[in-house]
Design a protein. Sequence first.
Length: 149
Amino acid sequence: MADSDMIKLYSGRILELTADIPHTDRLANPDATVRKRSPLCGSSVTVDLGVEDGHVARFGQDVKACALGQASAAVVGHAILGCTRAQIETARDQLRDMLKSDGDVPDAPFDGFEVLTPARDYKNRHASILLAIEAAAEAFAEAEESACA
């Protein structure tokens, strides 16, 4: 990756997000916990989720990722409280499409992922970017399944 490409990819806004990841405390009694890891780069995200009345009521995350994974986790952390499973799964699918198929930026409240559009050209970064939203979607599904059991 050339220096100019690196500068474009790691914009000031992305670096700001890495310093502002919300909900970094793990939950004491989550309804579900999911850990996702990118084998390519070693980035990992662990998500704790509490669900009430079909919405995310509590959220915690432990993020050990590259700057792009951290920025993505920050976007998730800022947007996720109050979201439904459908909103999270839609955001996951839209983010994947944005990165891999030049799709549109995810709908609000996850439109903050727009900052990661320059990463489309760097396929080796996609897995790290997807970790937080994939873990959140999986945790929500697990929380609902355990509530029905």
